[in-house]
Design a protein around this ligand. Structure first.
Ligand SMILES: Nc1nc2c(ncn2[C@@H]2O[C@H](COP(=O)(O)OP(=O)(O)OP(=O)(O)O)[C@@H](O)[C@H]2O)c(=O)[nH]1
Ligand SMILES: [Mg+2]
Ligand SMILES: [Zn+2]
Length: 308
């Protein structure tokens, strides 16, 4: 039988079969993804082969369909092992906040680079818009303009007030949607607002750090009654970069992609080279300085580690 993995908690996986019944499954003995360096062989979003065990209502997973795409984080700073967050998404939403907690442009840019690299259409949800003061609202508008100009759809949402929720339902309908972002930005609250039947646990912000407290501890896929599905994920502190060639990095910045053919050197890395169309674009204000800073940060490899 084929089924969709909707949740994984350690050694148990919830699998939804064609009859829409959820079966708790284990993984069969030595079953592993070939050549895998991943800590988790089966992830939320996977389509698996499974069979029911005799004399129990549990099942066993024995096969995995090739993934259309997936998003990875490294599991620890030291190990080379990676951890797949979710697979087979149609689109990804970065949930970002201006304050409480603040999402940096560096984090946003890294998320967008990863989505570009995996070919997953990405949008930004500016969350908690009910609670910003005038300065924060101005910052929100600045960032919204910046990212919309590049081509990333941006939405202002408030789970608390229900703002932007209907629009989001339409955008998510018929698709599998990933929600990602720092802990405490309101991912689970948004899912509750999208579908009142889904009572996801939401957390409180720590007073001391105005950071989330990692209320959601494992990825889970929910069917929306308005159509489509949404994957809630645990908050991420920092995103790691996958291995890529230095020359490739600018391909994942759409606004640079539009210019780099005009660089004097084919092999231009847009760092120190003369007659670089990307650097000229930054000087003219066509490429935001914050985006170029992120580009240099990734290029210099100073932030390759991931923390959770
Ligand atoms: N003012 C306001 N607060 C919100 C909104 N959405 C969420 N919150 C609050 O923010 C805190 C964190 O919300 P969660 O939904 O648990 O955040 P999360 O992103 O799921 O966090 P993790 O599961 O830890 O990754 C809770 O105290 C929520 O009540 C909103 O739209 N407005
Ligand atoms: Mg959560
Ligand atoms: Zn260049």
């Amino acid at each position: 039988m084929k089924g969709l993995v909707t949740k994984s908690t350690g050694s148990w996986y919830s699998v939804r079969g064609g009859d829409a019944v959820l079966v708790e499954c284990r993984i069969k003995g030595k079953f592993r993804m070939e050549g895998s360096k991943n800590t988790n062989p089966v992830v939320v979003g996977d389509i698996v082969d499974y069979e029911l065990e005799a004399e129990s209502n549990k099942g066993v997973i024995y096969g995995l369909e090739p993934r259309r795409n997936y998003i990875i984080r490294r599991s620890t700073n030291l190990s080379k092992q990676s951890h797949i967050i979710a697979s087979n998404m149609d689109q990804a939403f970065l949930v970002a906040t201006i304050a409480m907690p603040r999402t940096s442009t560096g984090f946003m840019d890294r998320f967008l680079v990863i989505a570009e690299a995996y070919g997953i259409p990405a949008s930004i949800l500016f969350s908690k818009v009910d609670r910003y003061d005038p300065d924060e609202l101005q910052e929100l508008l600045r960032l919204k303009n910046l990212y919309e100009k590049i081509g990333y759809p941006c939405y202002e949402v408030s789970a608390l007030k229900g703002q932007g929720i209907e629009q989001l339902k339409k955008k998510m309908s018929g698709k599998t949607n990933l929600l990602s972002g720092h802990s405490g930005v309101g991912k689970s609250s948004l899912i509750n607002a999208l579908d009142l039947l889904l009572k996801q646990r939401t957390g409180n912000l720590s007073e001391a750090h105005s950071k989330g407290t990692h209320t959601t501890t494992s990825a889970e896929l929910f069917e929306l009654s308005s159509g489509g599905a949404v994957i809630d994920t645990p908050g991420i502190k920092e995103l790691g970069m996958f291995d890529m060639k230095r020359e490739e990095l600018s391909h994942f910045f759409p606004e640079m992609r539009a210019l780099f053919n005009k660089c004097k050197y084919n092999s231009c890395l847009h760092v120190n080279e003369l007659q670089c169309a990307v650097k000229e674009g930054v000087a003219r204000g066509e490429i935001a300085e914050s985006r170029y800073d992120t580009y240099l940060g990734i290029m210099n490899g100073t932030e390759l580690q991931v923390k959770y």
